[in-house]
Design a protein around this ligand. Structure first.
Ligand SMILES: Cc1ncc(COP(=O)(O)O)c(C=O)c1O
Length: 393
């Protein structure tokens, strides 16, 4: 992997040590180029020009195929969305809920997913059953199995936990779901782009993806994988006529075609700009290779764990075993408020994210370097040193 060349492709690295990919990944040049070409075309020849529209449609469809390829799915099982959250809503709101049905979730859930669960609780009277993750941030499949009752309708969890960064044993849990005839949904916001994903091997019914995180695509893009057998019954969150999908400008889309998955989930005007950018982002990632990305991220994460744990009282949240985690590295500074690190980080041109209280998340991705990780360490050490001086004064 030619890191110098990659860093040239990521202009953010010129000035910033960027450790916030878990929130929004930075865009590499080819993504911006593809989006810029689209905008220039819209400006010069008109975004409602039929020739353009057919071209945009085709590019958007190619992005669907690329998403399907990186997930090990088929394009007709991919609904384009604007975020993981939209995809997860589409999946979970489409389950045929009955009062008293149970959903097994866990203690390393992405907290805002509670809005979706709460909606299901209020609307359908479903019950939530929470399985505790162990101290490494890993959910034990045996605990999930034990939580199953005759009322369990769904097992729902993050493929990669947003905060401890652990890769949950999704394939094993998928087997348990399938053996017990239970639906299985995965929030994959922090999966694709960091680790290879194959939805068929995971055995899930639904897998929601973000384009704007580790895939380094534009904000406001994502997709939902749904098992083909669910497509026909599922209802869109927004109802309307799907735009074009290969129809001639004068053609009225038949009712039958209008209700075809996945197009029925994508009513009316779509974010072509975003999906063209996302297609370029996937091409970029594929040129480097997800296995190479994973290997480099493991090396950098291991380096970061070794260096950061030299800081007294700093604890790594979740496992230190890089085989079981991605580079979403949360650090707990026991008592030192995470928010207070931010000004120190900004001065040193470092970006990471306060998560809560004394916990900050440093999202490591392949374009980062050891030198940048040492810069994070320096920022933390300086902030702590200054707070100690202030205590004395
Ligand atoms: C695990 C997880 N799920 C969902 C989300 C929300 O993602 P989106 O903005 O794509 O809806 C995040 C964002 O950080 C996340 O980490």
């Amino acid at each position: 992997m030619d890191i110098e060349k990659i860093r040239e492709d990521f202009p953010v690295t010129r000035e910033w040590a960027y450790f916030n990919t878990g929130y929004y990944g930075p865009l590499p040049r080819p993504v911006v180029q593809a989006m810029s070409d689209f905008l220039v075309e819209c400006m010069c020849t008109g975004q409602g020009n039929w020739e353009n529209l057919f071209d945009f449609e085709e590019k958007k469809e190619r992005t669907r195929v690329k998403l399907a390829n990186i997930l090990g799915a088929s394009p007709d099982e991919i609904a384009l969305t604007r975020s993981t959250t939209e995809g997860y809503n589409l999946a979970l709101q489409n389950i045929d809920w009955k009062k008293g049905d149970e959903i097994i979730i866990n203690s390393v859930e992405y907290p805002p997913n509670r809005y979706i669960y709460n909606l299901l609780v209020e609307k359908f009277g479903v019950q939530l059953v929470t399985v505790e993750a162990d101290e490494e941030g890993i959910v034990n499949p045996a605990d999930v199995e034990q939580a199953i009752t005759e009322h369990t309708k769904l097992i729902s969890m993050c493929h990669v936990a947003y905060h401890p960064g652990t890769i949950l044993p999704a394939e094993e849990i998928g087997k348990i779901a399938s053996e017990n005839n239970i639906l299985y949904a995965l929030d994959g916001a922090q999966g694709p782009g960091y680790i290879p994903v194959n939805v068929k091997k995971l055995g899930c019914d639904f897998y929601a993806v973000a384009g704007h995180k580790a895939l380094c695509g534009p904000v406001g893009t994502g997709c939902l994988y749904f098992k083909r057998e669910h497509g026909e019954k599922m209802q869109p969150l927004i109802v309307g006529e799907p735009f074009l999908f290969g129809a001639e400008p004068t053609e009225t889309i038949s009712e039958e075609r209008r209700w075809l998955a996945p197009y029925k989930f994508e009513a009316t005007s779509l974010n072509y700009l975003g999906f063209i950018g996302l297609g370029a982002a996937i091409d970029y990632m594929n040129r480097i290779g997800i296995e190479n990305i994973r290997r480099r991220n493991m090396m950098l994460t291991s380096f970061a764990i070794d260096e950061l744990t030299k800081i007294p009282n700093l604890k790594i949240v979740g496992t230190k075993d890089v085989n079981k985690r991605v580079g979403l590295l949360s650090i707990d500074l026991t008592g030192y408020p995470a928010i207070k690190l931010m000004p120190f980080a900004a001065i040193r041109k470092v970006i990471f994210r306060p998560v809560k209280d004394s916990i900050s998340r440093i999202s490591i991705h392949y374009f980062n370097t050891e030198e940048e990780i040492l810069r994070v360490k320096f920022v933390i050490e300086q902030a702590i040193k200054l707070s100690k001086i202030r205590e004395i004064l």
